[in-house]
Design a protein around this ligand. Structure first.
Ligand code: FAD
Length: 403
């Protein structure tokens, strides 16, 4: 198998999540003669973040104006809708509200609204309680942002369509093959895998929760996995949330806070929270990988983060273990709900890059050098933005690799 690949690949893309698939698709669209191979360690594509997210097509409100996230999310939202239309993938523009529950949250809400406008998000409205009740009759708040164009989709389905495009464009997707290292040897690049080496010209890594291991810049940036667990509302109570209901997020963190999300299957998810995962692919509280935990604990950046935010971390952990505390947080927005309405749900693990100084890397980060490009940080809203992230990577590949 390895020697066949040697003859075939100009570019190896590591990772068969939504970013790797979109990138391979974009490269093949722009350069039909390229021989592109995606290598994915799992037996199936989209097994990790892409298959465990909230399914929201974000409109681009939250992100710092001028940041890569802001640019690619607003354009990505548009591109995602066009792609779904062209490929008959169902989605719903169900709209979203961000709620200030009391006066203390209004200043931050207004700031968020200004951010959304600065980012060019269409249709944003600041709404008062009567208008809020028209949109979400069961939600309480003193003021809210209404974003009518925020939507929902099943990203596994989108990723499957990208994979179909890749194959149709002549790309190859190999599953069940783990990459252990990428080595540049002059004009050639060697991709070391569990089943031998692949020789290629160029490599682009989109390895999500393992992006730091592959990128070889581990002294300066590490992935810290944050598990997000959801409850789901019982069928009898799920009409309490018509669409998407979000809190005003804490600006110190890249996460959006526990929210209500209606899915394409008409379930209402409540969450995700954000607790340190004890394994990079640790989807339950009890899943522990000691060597990965040790890696996190030995990274100086982790201790700087822990020193600054231990209170927040402890609270998240408490809410994770004590259902009543989680329910209390969610009931701030929909007080009619009670504990019996919250049923156990699924969970996901976010790949969050952390720098040496304990700062969580907020923006998307794509780093290139020589024959290799590494996607070092692609957290939310990377699913929404995937088509435009792919264009950004393809443009970098064009200039860096001289395609
Ligand atoms: C709980 C949660 C909720 C979210 N909600 C949203 C949302 O509503 N909207 C939104 O836009 N975004 C959301 N996101 C973010 C979004 O899901 C991710 O940003 C996006 O899926 C990242 O895609 P990716 O391809 O980079 O990573 P992944 O989907 O994790 O893919 C990386 C792939 O690389 C493979 N891989 C890793 N190491 C190797 C190796 N050594 N060799 C071969 N293969 C390897 C993995 O197996 C995996 O398949 C959410 C994320 C989470 C976790």
């Amino acid at each position: 198998m390895t020697s066949n690949l040697t003859e075939r690949a100009n570019i190896v893309v590591v990772g068969g999540g939504i970013v790797g698939l979109a990138t391979a698709r974009e490269l093949l669209t722009q350069h039909p003669d390229l021989r592109v191979v995606i290598v994915e360690k799992e037996a199936e594509l989209s097994t990790h973040q892409t298959g465990h997210n909230s399914g929201v097509i974000h409109s681009g409100i939250y992100y710092k104006p001028g940041s890569l996230k802001a640019k690619v999310c607003v354009a990505g939202h548009r591109a995602m809708l066009e792609y779904c239309d062209a490929h008959h993938i169902p989605y719903r523009l169900c709209g979203k509200v961000i709620i200030a529950v009391d006066e203390s949250e209004i200043a931050a809400l207004n700031e968020l609204y200004q951010r959304g406008l600065a980012n060019g998000v269409q249709g944003l409205e600041l709404v008062d309680p009567p208008r809020l009740r028209e949109i979400e009759p069961h939600v309480v708040g003193v003021k809210a942002i209404y974003s009518p164009n925020t939507g929902i989709v099943d990203y596994r389905r989108v990723a499957r369509a990208y994979a179909d495009d890749v194959r149709e464009l002549g790309g190859q997707i190999i599953t069940g093959l783990r990459v252990s290292r990428v080595e540049e040897r002059g004009p050639e690049t060697i991709v070391r895998t569990t089943q031998g080496d692949i020789r290629t010209r160029f490599v682009i890594t989109c390895a999500g929760l393992y992006s730091d291991r592959i990128s070889g810049d581990r002294a300066n940036v590490r992935i810290v996995p944050f598990r997000g667990s959801y409850y789901r509302l019982s069928p009898e109570s799920s009409d309490r949330a018509r669409a998407l209901i979000y809190p005003v997020p804490d600006p110190r963190f890249p996460f959006l806070g526990v929210h209500f999300t209606r899915t394409m299957d008409d379930e209402v998810l409540v969450g995700p929270n954000a607790v340190l995962a004890f394994a990079r692919e640790g989807y339950t509280r009890w899943h522990v990988n000691f060597s990965e935990m040790a890696e996190t604990l030995m990274y100086p950046g982790f201790w700087k983060l822990a020193k600054n935010y231990w209170k927040m971390g402890a609270l998240e952990m408490y809410q994770d273990f004590v259902k009543a505390a989680y329910v209390k947080t969610a009931r701030r927005y929909i007080p009619e709900l009670s504990s019996k309405d919250f049923l156990p749900g699924r969970s996901g693990v976010r790949a969050q890059a952390l720098d040496r100084n304990g700062v969580m890397v907020d923006d998307f980060r794509i780093k290139g050098g020589g024959n290799v490009i590494h996607v070092q940080n692609a957290p939310s809203p990377a699913a929404t933005s995937s088509l435009i992230i792919a264009q950004t990577i393809a443009a970098q590949a064009q200039s860096q690799f001289g395609l």
